[in-house]
Design a protein. Sequence first.
Lengths: 262, 262
Amino acid sequence: MKNLFHKRIAKPLTVEQQIKRRTFISFGTFFALSAGAFAGWKWLYNSPKEVAGVTGNVRAPLRRALNKSELFFRNFFSNSHLVRTYPKSRAAIDVRVNSMIGIDDENFKSDKWFLNIKSTDGSLLKVSIDEIRSLPKTEIVFDFKCVEGWDQIQHWTGLKLIDFLDHYHLEDCVKKKYIGLETPNGKYYVGLEMESAVHPQTILAYEMNGKPLSIKHGAPLRLIIPVKYGIKNLKRIGTMSFSDTRPRDYWAERGYDYYSGL
Amino acid sequence: MYFYVIIPICLRSRKQKHGGLWLHLKQCFMKVIKEKHSLAMRWTHWVNFPVLAVMIWSGLFIYWANDSYGITIFGTTIFQFFPEWFYKYFHLKQRLAEGMAFHFFFMWLFFINGLLYVIYTIVSGSWRELVPKRNSFREAWQVLLHDLHIRKAVPPQKKYNAAQRIAYTAIIIMGFGSVFTGLAIYKPVQFYWICWLCGGYHVARILHFALTIGYVLFFMIHVVQVILAGWNNFRSVVSGFEVTDCQVKDLVKPKENEEPVS
């Protein structure tokens, strides 16, 4: 008994011993956690790419993060949050052309063009450019933003997408979660969630700087959606469709955020 | 504020020799463990370091896509952030989508970690040792002169000297600035008021970029200062404690009846 009692009283450590012990424990923990963090980084950096589908080419965990961030930031979306507009005098004369993907076929005939709308009831609606031009006209001068980092103040004229959908009584289509747009040759395509598509500043544009669109800017009809990066502003719309799942999206397949909202 | 663990090593023999002359203790060799950095401060500091590194690395992928910043005077570019070899060396080209995916995941870690630090610093009251005081700006000058070996006298300090107070408070404000300007660039439409407060999209981007340059400069000075300050100081950011030589005022005065009579 006496011995046991004796053992319980630990000898108080000297300062030197305390310093050594605490240094050892803290640095041991520090290096262990650092190694863990490094292993975590290696895991993330070498994690396999997502299964290619509507989106692709991003490490699977990072794609999940992009999608979760989308859900978080969509809470802040509102139709009353309008893109800042500028006087026409501020609009660029030489409007930047960044890509011709999907509109580079040489045998395209503007006069034979129709906008094909695949309605949710299975019917196909064909609308000519003259019909679209006869509908209420709207103009916007705003700062067009590219995902690459550049931006330019541009002047576009057309018809609000929401007005277009109302005019053709596509109310059932608007109830869907997504809208998909493709060029006539199907080589460029975007998907938009409905709330951004029906934003009051989203327009189907047929004029730029007050003149009919040129081929390289998307004639005869293109999308201008100021609440999105340029990659979603599809040129030369061929077909429009509606769905509850994400439609295919050219740049989302190539590693970009599907939402790409501003 | 501080907890002094005072364990006299050779106190008894000295005490016997010199009686009540406590002044002599100053000459006595005595190490004490002084608690310096809280676990919360050390944790957030070391989490922030790799997270910020990933943010800068992925941010460069984004910047590369439109590397327009430089200093141009009278049409001649005298300085361009970053030269061609820089991109090649760090393999920064053609990785915009990848950069965005990393940036928009690690932004959460950067934000949450920074927020935890700020909350801790406010709640614990340790902001009192961090935030510059009225005379800090004058004192910081003396610290600078001392560090440059121009002035011999060491300016008075508690946990942090005046220059540290300014630098460490500035870096927290910079972190807030990065989040704020980042939001202005990330969602300039939904957070239009943040964008407006930043002075617009362009200014927000430049500030975001400039803050990053600021971190790199801070890092370089910080590392040099830590090396110069030595092991004891560095250890405290891992272990939490510093070893100091005991001073008379720190010692507990002996009780009356214990006063040795010589």
